[in-house]
Write a protein that binds this ligand. Structure first.
Ligand code: SIN
Length: 282
């Protein structure tokens, strides 16, 4: 196996390897995992592998989980089908910078996404390095956000389009999670900026040390959250991947965010994603 780094900030393409082999070869899998920790997102072309091999490879990282809104393949639990078609109303849920499912108490540690069908043009996905995003924050901002925590909500994201009863039922099943704004990567010890489109508000901002008078309390918190969420959009932290059929991306969901670019005309775009259960951020 060889690899090529794709940008100075994030991403490497693996060459001369198939994930079916990696699913059965411990040493090869260990090499891929080390590269994932170093480069945060790995890409491969021409992975004409079975769904069983897709699942088997992803399961080497840990157990998979389904998504409460997007369905999984009927024969392969944990393999979420992210299918767009011309007869569907355009669904823009991925079209925001996010780490997957941070509305869970324990968001996924990573994902393995394979392209089954891609638009003739468009439909790329972008990733951002959120360790770098934290590192590059001005020191006063780093000091301001130390110890801050934020609420992440499925209700305000996937739930928003549902009738109120269904939205509340979804929220009852997945109560909003609370996470540190800066998490520690459990394997590398790096600090990660960990707020994204699922974050609705800080839960411990309004302390006497942080605020002076009523009028500047809420705008102060909201503006800071917006500023932090916007960091993923900085091009110097990013890589952009052009999909082809059987291309694969493997990402570390703890240290990255991603954005599926919704720039294609109504057509089929079919992706299958194995999401690997993660741990509770600290
Ligand atoms: C996702 O948001 O996990 C899917 C990304 C994509 O469809 O490119």
């Amino acid at each position: 196996m060889k690899y090529e780094q794709l940008t100075a900030a994030i991403g490497a393409e693996l060459l001369n390897v198939t994930l079916g082999d990696a699913a059965r070869d411990e040493a090869l899998f260990a090499e891929i995992k080390a590269l994932l920790l170093a480069h945060r997102v790995l890409f491969l072309r021409d992975q004409d592998i079975s769904r069983a091999d897709h699942v088997a490879f992803a399961e080497r990282f840990g157990r998979l989980e389904d998504h409460p809104v997007a369905g999984s393949h009927p024969d392969h639990p944990g393999l979420v089908q992210i299918y767009k078609s011309p007869d569907q109303p355009i669904d823009r849920y991925e079209n925001a910078w996010h780490a997957d499912a941070t509305w869970r108490d324990a968001p996924p540690m990573g994902c393995v996404l394979r392209c089954v069908e891609t638009p003739a043009v468009g439909g790329d996905t972008m990733w951002a390095n959120m360790v770098l995003a934290y590192e590059k924050l001005p020191d006063p901002v780093k000091a301001q956000i130390e110890g801050l925590r934020a609420r992440h909500s499925i209700e305000a994201s996937f739930g928003a389009k549902l009738p109120v009863e269904k939205r509340l039922a979804l929220k009852a099943q997945f109560p909003d999670a609370e996470h540190p704004v800066v998490r520690i990567h459990p394997e590398t010890g790096e600090k990660v900026l960990f707020v994204n489109a699922f974050a609705t508000h800080f839960t411990n901002f309004h302390t006497p040390e942080r605020v002076r008078y009523g009028q500047d309390y809420a705008p102060g918190a909201a503006q800071l959250l917006h500023y932090l969420i916007s960091q993923a959009a900085i091009p110097e932290y990013q890589v952009r991947w052009r999909w082809r059929k059987n291309s694969v991306a493997i990402w570390d969901n703890r240290s990255t965010q991603h954005y599926a670019v919704m720039d294609y005309a109504p057509c089929h775009r079919k992706m299958e994603r194995a999401g690997i259960i993660g741990d509770v951020p600290f």
